[in-house]
Design a protein around this ligand. Sequence first.
Ligand SMILES: [Zn+2]
Length: 462
Amino acid sequence: MTMGVLRTYQEDLVQQTSRSWRTGHRAPCIVLPCGGGKSVIVAEIARRTTENGKLVLFLVHRKELCDQIRETFRWWGVEMSLCNIMMVQTAARRLSRMKSPALIITDENHHSLAATYKKIYEQFPDAYRVGVTATPVRINGSGLGDVNDDLIVGVSARWLIEHHCLAPYDYYAPSEFDMSGIQTRNGEYDMAEAEKMLSEKCIYGDVIKHYRTYARGAKAVCYCVSIRYSRMMAEAFCDAGIPAAHIDGSTPKSERDRVIAAFRSGEIQVLCNVDLISEGFDVPDCGCAILLRPTKSLTLYIQQAMRCMRYKEGKRAVILDHVGNVRRFGMPDDDREWTLETRQKRAADPFDVLACEKCFYVFPKYGKDGKRATCCPRCLAPLKKQTEEKPPVQEHDPEENTAAELEKVTEVHVVPATPAQCRTMGDLAAYGKARGYKPGWAYYMAKRMGLIHNDRRTSHSE
Ligand SMILES: [Zn+2]
């Protein structure tokens, strides 16, 4: 018995997933922004599978999430005796004792390159798979083509805002640091160095002042660069008369539950953490995200920034970015196109955002009419003319170029379901690559389909 009803776009994604399997794919990945309801979509897929008496294995990457998902699934009417919700590490250890599932669902699918996931997939080669994520790209920038063979892209964050499924938001960047000296390790900033810099330069009082000015007492989740920093920040808020608390992965469950409950009731106003309150971690509604954790991970940026955008009538979320993440990635609800492939991001691809020097409001450089903004839409302060303006960071700042190179994502290539649906050489190349065909295949097919006529190999370099 189903307890909830899917929204039309959610039902559509469930349908598209079935279609993907029917047309020969084994492992599609559903892409939907944070707040789009990924958990009910997979709950519905699991419900239909268990209804047919088939076994489902649901892989979760953090133990905190297991209980929460189990609750959602139960509420949604999934037959729990046929559904195993497990931490990926636990599943990998128990492989030999596990019955073969008919379906493996991978939550937060962008983690799925990890060897443990692959081990599980390989153990059950006959199982159908489906993954879900808001950002089908790994921290190192690689696409998911090695574990998924189809990308099913749902509605955009902007669409969700326009249709009252996510709250609209205001974005401010009141302070920014030059991150160019910070080293990168495994695709991410060296957090020890970043912490040192933030501790030296980021005045706790400023963070509090801006929170007061812009968030006006809204409940906030504050993402910090380190546990130490997070503790200090919580203390600074408390000293300023704003009740705050810090939690991290090592906080005992009872204490964490107590803090979350106090946050829910409003007894605690600011919840400081590092990355704990990110993926799927269910915290009560909040209206503000404070970013004090610089990142090169688009996934992390989007998850943290959008955490405050749960829809409520009349609500306007506030994002306070003190670490320049918006400069690296653009607005959180920017339309992004995705591909299963790893593509080098064009280094000259600027994120078209401007920040008002007067009120720190961040907004797209070009309005809906395609014209360049001439004044701040919030305080109406005129923007400096382009010639006087500092050159856009993304184009000239060496640090940002490095970031752009590391941030390989974005160019989007949805892999067509069949060769017949390929319209360009790029489609064929993507299709062939996802299937593991030799590079020559796409060329051969393109010629056969009349997509290339001359005899010279059309360049389709990535
Ligand atoms: Zn302004």
